[in-house]
Design a protein around this ligand. Structure first.
Ligand code: BES
Ligand code: ZN
Length: 634
């Protein structure tokens, strides 16, 4: 049932357009004119998997905190796709390559020639290794740079415990190449194994099978037996402890955070069960979560078997754990079925945002889910109103761009809304069956947008012709290939939010003082909606009244504080100045800090402040956040 079309190499004018291992349907051609090869071509990789494909990565690395370097070897098992292929092409960024060796029997290695090409700002430098005939393995001796884009080195002072240094990687989108020389393309799947050496009192963890009780020997072994794309290879090392949450779930974090994290994440096992009920068995064995120090640049990262998460989700009331639902959902949408190129990113994130909401509904109820869906639609409408046409398109052309920069919330929210329309059109039963079969059909494969369209056509639309009349190809084109939203896009509604709006209105009209508003039972989502619903401009008196009634400046909820601080900057509410600085110097999650810098730089005084705060905060930010925030304040 898992049909894979043989892949070919076509020479088109001077360009060799290489296609990767995308799966395709037997009968339905892709709806667009572009060839399969063109569709699956990854413009963000120098690698040559269509000639020689890496199948396994064996790492042997030492974590050198004093030099901020990962040093050791990466041994790649390769498979020749073309018998006469003479070289292996890999991706690297800022790697120091000491030696390359090749082996025909897998154990005896002899030196082979290699060369590092010119460095491209976005892609890094290609590493070309001469591949002797019959070679099956290549071993590269190397070290990463202290400024590696995919590695953050934290001093003891930047951790919760303040006693030990910490390091973690973030490989998505194209940062694996900054700590491992490999074919860094989501269309290339590898199994991996690793031996990691750290100072003796620290623990290393990876996105792989591992022993959570391994004694602290300073040497840790890992194995990932399932083939995954390189952006899911992940490592962290520090003063890390473990607590089980359920049979196959648990949490890793610094000792000072362990109890709080375990309490907040206690529903994790329930979430896994709810997702399995919807979309079939969890394929990865264990599902553990690593709660990182606050400089982690994302909310969460779906590293297989071990989600990496920001501590800013620990609100104390589980109100932000939908982020775990999201990363868990990637175990189906993203990690099992993966975007073949970054252009197809919406297949990862749009599907995952849809799944996230289904999990939230199953575990926390429809009312809760609908609030999140409404917030999502509002975010989307806001982005569509301000973005260029290109950034509004799901199947986005990222040629010449860093995929991280191309990734906005549009693929998340517009993608999820598209799936919601399919669900509403075909009904839950049919659509759930369809999705479950889709994950099963493409499991452990990397697919393009055209692959999805062909599968959708054959397995949902063609099966239900009457209902499918409501989803003509022109509408699918509108969703996937065009800017904006189709007029028929779903509009989620929340009764709870309607009540929030009533409260906001009576306050704005001066009928009820803030302290008398009915906010007692409000969840985080209701607070967020309340604050976002208020007009952009508020008086000093109004800001102060809200702050006194609800203690917003001192809110420990990172999401509520974020929206409040945006309003504080906009309205020049000086009472929040210190809090803003504290916020920006203690959190590194880009989604929370970047919009605040963007709001600051809108005025000359604000820009000065932004620069001053960034100067203090910069060293504590992840390299990716240093770059993205740096661009805002410049
Ligand atoms: N895979 C993403 C994070 C990511 C995207 C890293 C693009 C690098 C490039 C992850 O699953 C994600 O979407 N995280 C969100 C959380 C969320 C609940 C939408 C985040 O970090 O905010
Ligand atoms: Zn995601």
């Amino acid at each position: 049932m898992k049909t894979q079309l043989a892949v070919c190499l076509i020479a088109l004018s001077l360009f060799a357009m290489a296609c990767q291992n995308s799966s395709t349907e037997k009968t339905n051609p892709p709806a667009t004119q572009t060839s399969q090869a063109d569709e699956a071509r990854d413009v963000h990789s120098y690698a040559n998997p269509e000639q020689v494909r890496v199948k396994h990565v064996a790492l042997n690395l030492e974590v050198l905190f004093d030099r901020k370097v990962l040093k050791g070897t990466s041994t790649l098992t390769v498979e020749r796709k073309q018998n006469d292929a003479k070289e292996l092409k890999l991706d690297t960024r800022e790697l120091k390559i000491a030696k390359a060796e090749a082996s025909t029997d897998g154990s005896n290695f002899t030196p082979t020639q290699f060369s590092l090409g010119e460095t491209d700002k976005i892609l890094g430098a290609p590493l070309t290794i001469q591949l002797p005939a019959q070679a099956t393995k290549v071993r590269i001796e190397y070290e990463s740079s202290p400024t590696a884009s995919g590695v953050q080195w934290l001093t003891a002072a930047q951790t919760a415990g303040k006693k030990h240094p910490y390091v973690f990687t973030q490989s998505q989108s194209i940062h694996a190449r900054s700590w491992i020389p490999l074919q860094d393309s989501p269309g290339v799947r590898v199994t991996y194994s690793a031996t990691i050496r750290t100072p003796k009192d620290l623990r290393a963890v990876m996105s792989a099978e591992q022993d959570s009780n391994a004694p602290l020997t300073g040497e840790y072994k890992f194995n990932m037996p399932q083939a995954i794309p390189s952006y899911l290879i992940a490592l962290a090392a520090g003063d890390i402890t473990f607590k089980p949450l359920g049979n196959r779930t648990g949490v890793y974090t610094e000792p000072a955070m362990l109890e709080k994290a375990a309490k907040e994440l206690e529903d994790t096992e329930k979430m896994v069960e709810a997702t399995e009920k919807l979309y079939g068995p969890y394929a990865w064995g264990r599902y553990d979560i690593l709660v990182l120090p606050p400089s982690f640049p994302y909310g969460g990262m779906e590293n297989p078997r071990l989600t990496f998460a920001t501590p800013t989700i620990l609100a104390g009331d589980k109100s932000l754990v939908s982020l775990i639902a999201h990363e868990l959902a990637h175990s189906w949408s993203g990690n099992l079925v993966t975007n073949a190129t970054w252009r197809d990113f919406w297949l990862n994130e749009g599907f995952t945002t849809y799944l996230e909401r289904r999990i939230v509904e199953a575990v926390y109820g429809r009312e809760n889910e609908e609030m999140q869906a409404v917030l999502g639609r509002q975010t989307l409408d806001g982005l569509l109103a301000k973005f260029d046409a290109r950034d509004q398109i799901l199947h986005i052309d990222l040629t010449g761009l860093d995929p991280d920069e191309g990734s906005t919330e549009v693929p998340y929210e517009k993608g999820a809304l598209f799936l919601r329309q399919l669900e509403e059109t075909f009904g839950r039963e049919k659509f759930d069956q369809f999705l479950k079969a889709y994950f099963d059909h493409f499991a452990f494969q990397s697919i393009t947008t055209a692959d999805f369209r062909a599968y959708l056509q054959k397995n949902l639309l063609d099966q239900n012709p009457q209902l499918a009349a409501k989803i003509p190809p022109s509408l699918i084109d509108e969703w996937i290939e065009k800017p904006g939203l189709p007029a028929s896009a779903p509009k989620p509604k929340s009764d709870a939010f309607a009540k929030v709006e009533d409260q906001a209105k009576v306050w704005l009209e001066g009928k009820t003082p803030a302290a008398k508003l009915q906010t007692k039972q409000w969840t985080t989502q209701e607070w967020l909606h309340f604050l976002k619903f208020l007009p952009p401009s508020l008086s000093e008196i109004q800001m102060k009244e809200l702050d006194q009634a609800f203690g917003l400046t001192k809110s420990g909820n990172a999401e509520i504080a974020h929206v409040w601080l945006l309003a504080a900057i906009r309205n020049k509410y000086a009472a929040a100045d210190l809090r803003l600085e504290e916020y920006l110097t203690s959190i590194g999650r880009q989604k929370l800090i970047k919009p605040l810098y963007e709001e600051l730089v809108k005025t000359p005084e604000g820009k000065q402040r932004a620069k001053a705060i960034f100067a203090k905060a910069r060293a504590g930010y992840h390299p990716i956040a240093q770059t993205s925030v740096g661009k805002v304040v410049q």
